[in-house]
Design a protein around this ligand. Sequence first.
Ligand SMILES: Nc1ncnc2c1ncn2[C@@H]1O[C@H](COP(=O)(O)OP(=O)(O)OP(=O)(O)O)[C@@H](O)[C@H]1O
Ligand SMILES: [Mg+2]
Length: 175
Amino acid sequence: MRSQVERVLQVAVRDRDDITVHPQICDLHQLIREAVDHMCLPDCESEAQIQLDFQAKSSELKVDPMHFSNIIHNLLDNAKKYSTSPPVITISTHIKQNKFLIDIEDNGIGISSDAQKHIFDKFYRVPTGNLHNVRGFGLGLNYVKKMVEEHGGTISLKSELGKGSSFRLQFPVES
Ligand SMILES: Nc1ncnc2c1ncn2[C@@H]1O[C@H](COP(=O)(O)OP(=O)(O)OP(=O)(O)O)[C@@H](O)[C@H]1O
Ligand SMILES: [Mg+2]
């Protein structure tokens, strides 16, 4: 899985404007469950606790399943990586005002308001903290934002240093 994401990211760097999305009707709850299952392998117990709180009554939406899965995977990967304590991650969904909302909340190290301004920039990684022996390219969130927007959606972040982070994705629901 990791290598698949890396491949996608490398393609994203090389042919930045060439990523085409092929949306088709998908069950988002199922895609999220599958991403969580992939994430958990091989030993979920010791790694992270991931809680699902699916409130959206209907979860069928037109998305590109590969890119949507990569979006979720990148956010889960971060939630796990940027944590000192055993990660507890909650993924919840809601439908509000014709938007499908996905919240991914973690209890990790959090992101300062200064760093939040740059978090979606290409190659940006928060410069301080001993967690940066954690490897990464600083590309995940740049890819995530680009792909969410490619689907007509938005991404926003609420976080405080030391108090975890919560990323919100909003996708338009066709009516
Ligand atoms: N959930 C989070 N909690 C705390 N910090 C985060 C979180 N998600 C991202 N960050 C910070 O934002 C930076 C950018 O994240 P991004 O996913 O773009 O890159 P990365 O994880 O460093 O590398 P990769 O390209 O492998 O994803 C990270 O280096 C980290 O400093
Ligand atoms: Mg990342």
